[in-house]
Design a protein around this ligand. Structure first.
Ligand SMILES: *Cc1c(COP(=O)(O)O)cnc(C)c1O
Length: 494
């Protein structure tokens, strides 16, 4: 299997090279150039890591079967609180929830970031890379902690995470400031997420820094969600959810299954598209957004228009106006010339239009909808009242969009709602839904964990327990201009 950029036909590279490089030199994303077919019956009686090894083997064909077996077993084991890794829970009303938050940081990014470091270090060995890899991450909350947990103590790598000092929740901040590991560093940046992000981009594109690092046998890399090594592992849980429902007798092998996906950067739902292309009987992929409903509008009109206000919501991991991974889907439907020109239009005018033929193709595989802030809170309290099941805010958006979709389309195909975070991770909003805003605002986030746990009988996940008692290991605050110096200090350069 070879990979190429979404924006040019020129180079074809191996998966190890694509994972090492992260993004193509022309700014495009790496895409697989051949079709994959996966046989469901081969997977049915296997464990999650065994299923992962077989599925990944189709895409990462330069990794050996034994390498992938070893990598997947190491990535999906006791680091996840549920032995099934990605269990499906079925409610009495027939809703199926695929819980992707049993990993160390309680959000679905662990499914990819627990395995990416192992795929990456194996890729370095395969491509003869001698330098030590330095991962830099700017985070608005979830990705930074998941990347730290994934890369901590991984030989041959070091990781530094920057978060906006004012821009993350108390829980998220302490999760990062108490991070253990011999190869990690964390710094708060004075400013907002854009300041942190543009600071990291400036370091990545500075030739003097690159040369200085090279002189110390160090090389920069990124762990963000456009890396193929983060996307490919997400294909696995679509298959595992389907097969688990078949094994539970809730679905007949071969019957269609819809998936509802709370969407931000379009990585998670795109993995569902790859699963469908590889032979999983997926009906519709339902793209769920919050008030930042650029994707709902896109699927309805064929126009991607980011000239709009950015809205801060209670499902912050979906607050995004440029969904990078959409570029991969468009490449699969058209070609690199076309994608390149749309992306140039987006960069220049903030807008592009795909035309009727492509729009019709999109509507064959996808549906889309959004939920408002009020609808999200109501959904959390209703599902708790009726089902005694606790949704986080992101999952609640998807749940509401699913209900609306069923009512509007009449499509009652069995569905899996992807649950992307533990309700305790966004506990202030969840407590607001359950106990009222007045009560939720009185308390600090750590007391709210206890209050929410007592009110519901749900257990606080390990990764969020005892945070205030853990030693603060990373308290530095840096000005935006001082970020590169902070990297040098961490690497003991100068
Ligand atoms: C990152 C994230 C999402 C969005 O996933 P994408 O792959 O970016 O579309 C949804 N929910 C949670 C909790 C997340 O952390």
């Amino acid at each position: 299997m070879l990979y190429q950029s979404t924006r040019s036909e020129q180079e074809k590279i191996s998966s190890a090279q694509a994972i090492k490089q992260g993004i193509a030199a022309d700014g495009g994303l790496f895409v697989p150039t051949e079709a994959v077919k996966i046989n469901l019956t081969d997977l049915i009686n296997l464990t999650y890591p065994q299923r992962a090894a077989l599925i990944l083997g189709q895409y990462l064909s330069d990794y050996s079967a034994s390498e992938l077996a070893e990598i997947t077993v190491a990535s999906y084991q006791s680091n996840f609180a549920d032995p099934q890794i990605a269990p499906v829970k079925t409610l009495s009303n027939g809703a199926n929830l695929l819980e992707l938050w049993h990993g160390p940081t309680c959000a679905f990014k662990d499914l990819a970031l627990q395995i990416l470091p192992r795929l990456l270090t194996t890729a370095l060995a395969k491509t003869g890379e001698k330098a030590e890899i330095v991962i830099l991450v700017a985070t608005s909350g979830d990705t930074g902690k998941a990347a730290l947990e994934g890369f901590k103590d991984v030989p041959g790598t070091r990781i530094m995470v920057f978060f906006p000092n004012q821009g993350v929740s108390q829980v998220q901040k302490l999760q990062m400031q108490t991070q253990e590991g011999s190869n990690v560093s964390v710094a708060a940046v004075e400013g907002n997420f854009d300041d942190a992000q543009s600071g990291v981009k400036a370091i990545f594109t500075n030739p003097a820094i690159k040369a200085e690092l090279a002189a110390h046998n160090l090389s920069l890399s990124s762990a963000n969600s456009i890396n193929w090594g983060r996307l490919a592992p997400q294909i696995v849980y679509y298959f595992s959810a389907y097969l688990d429902l078949v094994q539970a007798g809730r679905l007949k092998m071969g019957d269609p299954l819809n998936f509802v996906v709370p969407t931000g950067n379009f990585g998670d739902i795109l993995a569902g598209y790859y699963a469908k292309q590889a032979g999983l009987p997926v009906g519709k992929l339902i793209c769920a957004s919050n008030d930042n409903k650029i994707l709902t509008d896109f699927f309805q009109t064929g126009i991607y228009d980011c000239r709009r206000e950015f809205i801060k919501t209670i499902s912050p991991s979906m607050d995004i106006l440029i969904s990078s991974n959409l570029e991969r889907l468009l490449w699969h439907l058209t070609d690199s010339q076309q994608v390149k020109s749309w992306m140039a239009e987006l960069a220049e005018n903030g807008c592009y239009r795909v035309g009727q033929a492509v729009q019709a193709q999109l509507q064959r595989d996808f549906a889309a909808g959004f939920a408002s802030e009020a609808e999200t809170l109501t959904t959390i309290s209703q599902v708790w009242r009726d089902e005694k099941y606790l949704l986080d805010t992101h999952t609640a958006v998807a749940y509401r969009v699913w209900e609306n979709y069923q009512a509007q389309s009449g499509d009652l195909t069995p569905s899996v709602i992807i649950s992307t975070a533990s309700p305790f991770k966004f506990n202030r909003s969840v407590a607001t839904a359950l106990l009222g805003a007045e009560r939720a605002e009185q308390e600090n986030e750590f007391d709210l964990l206890q209050i929410l746990s007592r009110a519901t009988g749900w257990k606080i996940p390990q990764g969020l327990q005892g945070l205030p008692e853990r030693p603060l290991l990373h308290q530095q605050i840096v000005a935006k201009e001082a970020m590169s110096q902070a990297v040098y200090n961490f690497l003991k350069i100068n």
